[in-house]
Ligand binder design. Structure first.
Ligand code: FAD
Length: 414
C-alpha cells in the first residue's frame, strides 16, 4: 500500500546564529556569539545543559594547562574556591552535576541566549545548495528555523554531516571508536549498607575482573561522594544498535561495579545518581580544512590560526573493549581554527565545535575533554559573528580579527 506523507512545519523565530547541542562547546559558542551582539538560539535535545557533564554524570574537568576565556569565567562563578590557587597543569575539579545544571540554566538566561530544550535537530534546509536553516522536532511537532550561521556542537557532527560534510569515524585501520561508559555516583551514608546485586548482574571477584581491569573514581571526602568511571562497552555511540547494546549493558555493569566497591572499601556507600545517558567518547570527526594529527601533539605544534591550547594527554580507552588504556603524556599544542571548518560545497555558513572537529582518532583522544570544547565553542561564536558582520563565509574571515576579538573577550594563549 502506498502511503503519502505530508510534512508541514511551522516557523520558529529566526536567529543570527543557531547553535545545536548544549554541551561545553554549545554553551560557550552561544554565550560568545550573544555577547558579540548576535541573536542566538541554542537547540538542545534533552532537558539539560552541560552535555556529558550533566547528562552522562561526567562531573569533572580534566587539566589542559591553559585555563582561559569562558571556561575560566564559569569556574570563577561556579566553583570559585576550587579555582583559587589552581595549578593550570593539574587542575581537575570534581563538581556537583545538579548544581552545575542549575547554574547553566541561569547563566544562559543572563547571557540572553534563547535555549530550546527538548528540541532535536532533524535536517538542514538548503536553498541553491546553501544552508539557510534547520528543521527540528519539538513537542509541537516539526518546526523550521532560519539562521545566518549554524554552529554544530552535537558531538557527532550531526548537522555538518547532514549538510554534506565529509567525515571519518574512529581508528583509521578499522573505523572503531573508543568504548562507551555509563558514569555514576555513590554516597557515603555513614553506616554499612545492604549490598545489592540485581539478578543478571556480574559478580566481580578481583580487580582484574572489572570492565576496565582497574578502579577509576574520584572521592570528595567532605561531601562523601564518589564519582565512578568504571564501566566499559565497546561500540560507536552514533550507531543505533551499538548504542542500544551499550545502554543495556552499561547499566548492568553499574550495579555490578557498585557491588564490587561495596565489598572493597566502600561498605557505607549507596548508588546516589546514574547518568541519564551512557557516555559517548567518540563518534564522527569532520574532515576539515586542517586535520589535527598525532605529530602535531607530539611536536607541540603551533599554528597562526590557533583557537585553543591544551596539554591533556593522549587518552584512548581500548576501542576493542579490552581492559587497557593508551595514556601518553604530551606537552602543550595548538588547535587551529581550520579544524572547525568542514570541507565541502555549500558549507560556508557551518562551523563545528567540540569533540567532533577535524582530528585523527589519536588527536581527538586528547582534545575531547571539556575545557578544550569550551575553548573551541568560544572561538566558533566569535568567528560566526565576524562572518556575519563582514558578510563572509566562515573560511574567509580574518584571523587577526578573530584573535583581537578573542583577547577582548578574555581568551589568552600561552
Ligand atoms: C565516559 C566519559 C568520561 C569522560 N571523562 C572526562 C573527564 O573526566 N573530564 C573531561 O573534561 N572530559 C571528559 N570526557 C569528555 C567530555 O565529557 C566530552 O568529550 C565533552 O563533553 C564533549 O563536549 P561537546 O560539547 O563536544 O559534546 P557533548 O558534551 O556530548 O554535548 C553535545 C550536546 O548536543 C546535544 N545533541 C546531540 N545531538 C543533538 C541533536 N540532534 N539535536 C539537539 N541536540 C543534540 C546533546 O544532547 C548534548 O547536550 C569524558 C567523556 C566520556 C563519555
Amino acid at each position: 500500500m502506498k502511503q503519502e506523507y505530508i510534512i508541514s512545519t511551522s516557523e520558529l523565530e529566526s536567529s543570527d546564529v543557531i547553535v545545536i547541542g548544549g554541551g561545553p562547546a554549545g554553551i560557550a559558542a552561544s554565550i560568545s556569539a550573544s555577547r558579540c551582539g548576535k541573536k542566538v538560539t541554542l537547540i538542545e535535545q534533552s532537558g539539560q545543559l552541560g552535555g556529558m557533564a550533566t547528562l552522562g554524570n561526567v562531573s569533572i574537568f580534566m587539566p589542559v594547562g591553559n585555563i582561559t576565556g569562558i571556561y575560566k569565567e564559569i569556574l570563577s562563578e561556579f566553583i570559585p574556591e576550587q579555582l583559587k590557587n589552581a595549578n593550570e597543569n593539574k587542575f581537575d575539579p570534581h563538581f556537583n552535576p545538579f548544581l552545575y545544571r542549575y547554574y547553566l540554566n541561569q547563566k544562559l538566561e543572563k547571557e540572553k541566549v534563547k535555549v530550546l530544550y527538548h528540541t532535536t535537530f532533524i535536517t538542514v534546509l538548503k536553498e541553491e545548495n546553501i544552508t539557510k536553516g534547520i528543521i527540528v522536532h519539538t513537542r509541537e511537532g516539526l518546526m523550521s528555523m532560519i539562521g545566518k550561521i549554524i554552529i554544530d556542537c552535537t558531538g557527532d557532527a550531526a548537522v555538518a554531516i547532514n549538510a554534506g560534510a565529509e567525515y571519518i569515524t574512529g581508528r583509521s585501520e578499522d573505523d572503531i571508536t573508543q568504548p562507551m561508559t555509563l558514569m555514576f555516583q555513590m554516597q557515603n551514608t555513614g553506616q554499612k549498607v545492604d549490598n545489592i546485586l540485581p539478578e543478571g548482574c556480574y559478580y566481580y571477584n578481583e580487580k582484574s575482573d572489572l570492565p576496565q581491569g582497574r578502579t577509576l573514581y574520584w572521592e570528595n571526602i567532605s561531601e562523601g561522594t564518589l564519582l565512578v568511571n568504571m564501566t566499559r562497552v565497546k561500540g560507536n555511540g552514533s550507531k543505533i544498535n551499538e548504542l542500544n547494546n551499550a545502554v543495556v549493558e552499561s547499566l548492568k555493569q553499574v550495579f555490578s561495579v557498585a557491588n564490587y566497591l561495596q565489598r572493597n572499601g566502600f561498605e557505607n556507600y549507596i548508588i546516589s545518581h546514574i547518568g541519564s545517558q551512557v557516555g559517548v567518547r567518540e563518534t564522527n570527526q569532520i574532515k576539515g580544512l586542517y586535520t589535527l594529527n598525532q605529530d602535531d601533539l607530539f611536536m607541540g605544534r603551533r599554528f597562526e590560526d590557533v583557537v585553543a591550547q591544551t596539554n591533556y594527554e593522549i587518552d584512548i580507552h581500548s576501542p576493542d573493549g579490552e581492559k587497557s588504556c593508551d595514556e601518553r603524556k604530551i606537552d602543550s599544542y595548538d588547535i587551529p581554527y581550520r579544524c572547525m571548518i568542514p570541507k565541502g560545497e555549500g558549507l560556508e555558513n557551518i562551523l563545528v565545535a567540540g569533540r567532533a572537529i577535524s582530528a585523527t582518532h589519536v588527536a581527538m583522544s586528547s582534545l575531547r575533554v571539556q575545557p578544550t570544547c569550551y575553548a573551541l565553542g568560544q572561538a566558533a561564536g566569535i568567528a560566526a559573528t565576524i562572518a556575519i558582520d563582514h558578510n563572509k563565509g566562515v573560511s574567509e574571515i580574518a584571523i587577526d580579527k578573530l584573535h583581537t576579538m578573542m583577547y577582548k573577550y578574555g581568551v589568552k594563549f600561552n
